[in-house]
Design a binder for this molecule. Structure first.
Ligand SMILES: *[C@@H]1O[C@H](CO)[C@@H](O)[C@H](O)[C@H]1NC(C)=O
Length: 156
């Protein structure tokens, strides 16, 4: 229950933060309410980003409690997918477990590749962007590179 103090602090912070500030801050309301982790793996919806996706930007970030309700660390092989992709994923209503959760993708960069699982959305990402865990990014490039151009495809 490491998360509980964080949640309380977050709620306190929000109660003293003007609404206007909140609206412009990419705060995930998801984090504010306890919710069961998404555990199922949904089948690939035909026609959604099928085939090799070329030249996406991939950075890395510090994972925590992700949008799928799953807590990850920097050592997990996970990806925070662009919120534009995450939100548009077929079957996602905004409140249910997003069917994108737990789907594996293979990310390739200059002859190297790594398989990661989608467990989070990336709120600061554009449409062709994602953020990997540090462990996954390190399989492709040195962390000092910061941002790399990758290709990816669903791995299931
Ligand atoms: C790949 O994407 C980057 C960043 O968006 C862009 O600068 C570059 O021109 C693109 N490369 C190709 C081959 O499309």
């Amino acid at each position: 229950m490491l998360l509980r103090p964080l949640r309380v602090v977050l709620m306190l912070a929000i109660s003293i933060t003007p609404l206007r500030t909140l609206a412009s801050t990419p705060t995930r309301t998801f984090d504010l309410a306890p919710r069961a982790a998404c555990t199922t793996v949904s089948p690939d919806p035909p026609g959604f980003l099928e085939g090799e996706q070329i030249n996406w930007s991939a950075g890395f970030y510090e994972p925590g409690l992700g949008a799928c309700g799953i807590v990850n660390t920097e050592d997990d092989f996970i990806v925070a997918m662009s919120h534009i992709v995450y939100d548009a994923y077929p079957g996602f209503t905004g409140t249910n477990c997003n069917p994108i959760c737990n789907r594996p993708i293979t990310v390739a960069f200059q002859g190297k590749s790594v398989q990661v699982t989608v467990t989070d959305d990336c709120l600061v990402c554009g449409s062709n962007e994602m953020q990997l865990s540090p462990a996954a990014f390190a399989q492709l490039a040195d962390l000092s590179e910061g941002l790399i151009q990758v290709d990816w495809s669903w791995a299931d």
